[in-house]
Design a protein around this ligand. Structure first.
Ligand code: ATP
Ligand code: MG
Length: 708
């Protein structure tokens, strides 16, 4: 049995699996069998040394990965042992269950999520009578998280002008303690505390665990590093596995130095390098090697493979984002027709909002898809909310949508108000009639709220025919104060959500061009299509193509991979263009993306993309040029099968007159901004741009630097 296991490994992997004399670092590139070594090592320990499975601690990055690893070990051992694979969080929950009393918590503690956390903070801010503009609950929430993750000290925020932040921090911790609750960051933090400040507890676990293995070690943060050290430094019974070239979570506190300094921190550490890649074709691997060689923050390693060279990397230059999506849809279809299963195909993008255009194209081709690590575009909350606003404006009888947006954002319309409205609607009044009545009858506070809704509906109706579709969505978002609401309530990802709404505007522009409809007719048709397509989705079952952001693709592999939207400002992302370190992280992300592909890799970009409703020229990503050109075969637009649709789409783009306008500008105070409008020319031109932390501003050209 053991011999059979070992036979399936190459000499370096075998060495890594059978080495136990000192701490072990497996430092190796993508697809070289790191995760395989971990699973085989676990199986080996159980078979060879009769280690009790529960006394082996295996830790990985996500619950999904943990689940997969558990399955893989189970298969190797033919179901003879049930190993427990954890994430750092789930491991800490176990620790705390046994020992929370030692840090002053009762054993039956509560774990609170991001929403609960926000409610607690809101309460505190109210108690302290603080201005929630400056002390925004979700902003404070993420500050607290950064502090607990060991990224910064709380004093740091105090210095930045949040002079009550320490007080809030302390009160927050006190309240959680009173509730006998931990937030996600606390789990790690208190887990670490148990192990580093309570000698007896630490000894107990150091004794108990015969061996500790950690996958994706390059993405551990400071606290996770301390936990690892506490458990293993004395006995040196640890194997960590990682690839510094795949560290893609520094923005969440991952510290690349944890892996780069392993040999320094763990005395007598042995390093095994795996250099043979089993996953990718020769061509794909050569591309990955060439790309990552441009990074400087790395130890440097090279991968080779015995796999066949395979087909060249396909590169498609579309004239528009529409054409790009069409190309993806058609190519997926062709690949399925030539024998690939839908589940063997993955489509990646850099940001969440990019999924929409691909989703539409797949739906048009009748291809089933799933989104891993996220929701389908039309299922996202912000899209549902804005669509509910549209519906309320268009359909007088749509009660469901009315209730959905009644108090989103907050308008002081609680349960009592809702019931009052419901009663009238039940009596047969239409939305508008009911609202009009209720405005006359309600107590003052509610009256204002209901009035606001009425005004939104009326203003929306007025603009139905006069605004362009993109502007209409923008208008709804503005009068409903929805963007402010996102900014306040979703501090962690409000930008993504705003991007999604922007994308909804783009969708409508596209829909208008395709259908030739406008105004009310257009919106009615659009809403019907959306409702129908999401209904269809629910009925579908079986084989599916996978869509995901590159961050979510870590550790996975697919025979066919598409990487879309390879344009400057999108990938590398506009937020990363300033510093070389950030460009390197984007490049690592590109490396992760490429190395997920086994056989077929398809890259694509569009020469123009719709931003804020109208087409802007784009520049292809620098990363494409980092791939040696002999590995790439451009897909001609003629053979790509897009010709007929493509020509109609490109005529659209030429119609929207692509001039050389600035796309991204920089302002001393506001930072980087995405240009929405330019009025006039030269130094005195007025540029309206959107700045991530400041919103939309109009600024005279001479105060701006043009970045792209
Ligand atoms: P990543 O860096 O992307 O996490 P990895 O280094 O963890 O990759 P694995 O996922 O373990 O790589 O392995 C990549 C693929 O190569 C898997 O399909 C695995 O089964 C296969 N593989 C690894 N080693 C061998 C081997 N010695 N013989 C045959 N197949 C192998
Ligand atoms: Mg792996």
């Amino acid at each position: 049995m053991i011999e059979n296991l070992i036979k399936e490994l190459n000499p370096q992997q075998k060495e890594a699996v059978t080495y136990f004399d000192s701490p072990l670092l497996i430092l190796a590139g993508a697809g070289s069998g790191k995760t395989r070594v971990i699973t085989y090592k676990i199986a080996y320990m159980i078979e060879k040394f009769n280690y009790e499975p529960e006394r082996i601690l295996a830790v990985t990055f996500t619950n999904k990965a943990a689940h997969e690893m558990k399955e893989r070990v189970g298969q190797l051992l033919k179901g003879k042992a049930d190993v427990f694979v954890s994430t750092f969080h789930s491991f800490c929950v176990k620790l705390l269950k046994s020992h929370s009393v030692r840090i002053g918590f009762k054993p039956n503690f509560l774990i609170i999520d991001t929403d609960d956390k926000k409610s607690v903070l809101k309460e505190i801010l109210k108690e302290l009578n603080l201005d929630t503009e400056l002390y925004n609950p979700s902003l404070i929430g993420s500050m607290i998280s950064n502090v607990k993750n060991g990224m910064v000290s709380i004093e740091n925020f105090e210095l930045k002008g949040y002079d009550r932040v320490i007080e809030i921090f302390e009160l927050y911790n006190k309240k959680l303690k009173e509730m006998n609750a931990f937030d996600f960051d606390d789990l790690l933090l208190y887990g670490k505390k148990l192990l580093t400040e309570h000698e007896d507890i630490k000894n107990r676990y150091v004794d108990y665990f015969r061996y500790v293995l950690i996958d994706e070690y390059q993405d551990t943060n400071a606290i996770q590093y301390e936990i690892t050290k506490a458990l293993t430094l004395e006995k040196g019974n640890v194997c960590v596995v990682g690839d510094e070239d795949q560290c893609i979570y520094t923005w969440r506190g991952a510290n690349i130095n944890n892996i780069l300094n392993f040999e320094k921190d763990f005395p007598h550490a042995k390093v095994v390098k795996l250099e043979k890649n089993y996953r990718c074709s020769g061509v794909i691997l050569s591309a990955a090697n060439a790309v990552i060689a441009n990074n400087t923050i790395r130890k440097g390693k090279k991968l080779f493979t015995d796999n066949e060279d395979g087909e060249p990397i396909r590169l498609f230059e579309a004239s528009t984002d529409q054409e790009e999506a069409l190309f993806v849809g058609k190519t997926v279809k062709k690949l399925i027709n030539t024998g690939f299963k839908p589940s063997e195909i993955a489509i990646f993008y850099r940001t969440n909002s990019q999924s929409r255009i691909v989703e539409d194209a797949l739906r048009r081709e009748g291809i089933n898809y799933q989104i891993v690590g996220g929701l389908k575009f039309y299922e996202r909350k912000e899209i549902k909310d804005i669509i509910a606003y549209m519906r309320v404006i268009l359909f007088e009888e749509d009660k469901l949508s009315l209730f959905r947006i009644l108090n989103v954002p907050k308008r002081g319309l609680g349960q009592a108000a809702e019931e009052r409205l419901k009663k009238l609607l039940d009596e047969g009044y239409s939305n508008i009639e009911a609202l009009n009545r209720i405005v006359l009858e309600s107590p003052l506070r509610q009256r204002e709220g209901f009035k606001e809704i009425l005004e939104i509906i009326e203003a929306g109706k007025e603009k139905l025919e006069t605004l362009k579709p993109y502007e209409f969505i923008k208008f709804i978002t503005a009068i409903s104060r929805y963007e402010d609401y996102l900014r306040k309530e979703y501090r962690e990802d409000w930008e993504t959500r705003v991007e999604n709404i922007t994308e909804l505007g783009n969708t409508l522009e596209e829909f208008a061009e395709r259908s030739g409809l406008s105004g009310e007719e257009l919106y009615l048709e659009f809403l019907n299509t959306v409702t129908l397509s999401s209904d269809q989705d629910e009925m579908e079952d079986g084989e599916k193509v996978t869509l995901m952001t590159i961050h979510a693709s870590k550790g996975l592999e697919f025979p066919v991979v598409f990487i879309t939207g390879l344009e400057e400002g999108l990938f590398p992302h506009a937020r990363s263009l300033d510093a070389n370190e950030q460009i390197e992280e984007e490049r690592r992300l590109f490396y992760v993306a490429i190395t997920r592909a086994k056989k077929v890799l398809v890259l694509s970009y569009a020469r123009s993309r719709r931003f804020f409703g109208s087409y802007r020229p784009t520049e292809k990503s620098r990363f494409i040029d980092e791939i040696p050109s002999h590995l790439i075969k451009p897909v001609s637009r003629k053979t790509s099968g897009e010709k007929t649709q493509a020509s109609s789409v490109s005529s659209i783009s030429s119609r929207s007159s692509i001039k050389k306008k600035p796309k991204i500008v920089f302002h001393k105070k506001f930072g980087k901004g995405i240009v929405k409008r330019v009025e006039g020319a030269g130094d005195t031109a007025k540029v309206t741009a959107y700045f991530a932390n400041f919103g939309e501003k109009t600024i005279v050209m001479k105060f701006l630097k043009v970045l792209a």
